[in-house]
Design a protein around this ligand. Sequence first.
Ligand code: PAF
Length: 287
Amino acid sequence: MSRPELHASPTDFRLACDRARSSGARVALVPTMGALHDGHLSLVREARRHAEVVAVSIFVNPTQFGPSEDFSRYPRDLASDVAKLAGESVDLVFCPDAPAMYPAGEQTRVRVGALAEPLCGAFRPGHFEGVATVVSKLLILTGPAVAVFGKKDYQQLAVLRRVVVDLMLPVTIVGAGIVREPDGLAMSSRNAYLSPEERARALALCRGLRAAHALFSAGERAPDALLAPVLGEVRSAADRVDYVSLVDADSLATVARAGERALVAIACHVGRTRLIDNVVLGEDPSP
Ligand code: PAF
């Protein structure tokens, strides 16, 4: 276990990445907003499989939060995050403040088209523009060979794959599987907001996805039939449902019939906490 090199300045971080690359090392980047849990650490381990130098960014990006969202109360604990990353022998940690990432006078954004519109895009206006913008900046600063993102944020991963193709950024995007608690709850920094009663209700998401997975495995392909048990579970447990959708796993467009691969995705609110979860039918194991 060795303490990672910490950089708050974009210039210093860029120089550290330049040094790593010029010594012949491949660099892998894991972008995060901190409040690290085992899901993040699995991304770090995946990154290590691809590169000699692993860099993790910790930045709660203001431009991806809406005005009524949880930017100000988002959990922040840099010391504990760095200790966890030291345990994974992470080499570099980039922890800038907002003015460093968005200097005075900035007015540039990266906006993705149709992929950013359905699902979370319909409920979080501007969210994917904020994500695409900050991740583009992080990729340009770091110059990594690979960047690793979790599949829990499935649409984010799809949007970012599009960004690197469209902007011709020389990086391979790697998606890493959802990490779940033993009872099935998908790991998320936002789980920290849940009361014990809300956490128990949150298990409905995973139960619903399991039911859809079982129906698909038994040959069901009709979206309404596949979604019925998911809707039942989520409606009975959540305080507000943003969406329960079945879409094409690549285009994220709605389909009349589930194909070989189909994404079932959920976003809902339990108490004040917005939760998301998903499964790719025909690809992922049962959640
Ligand atoms: O998934 C996240 O934590 C964030 O959206 C990301 C990719 C770090 C961009 O701020």
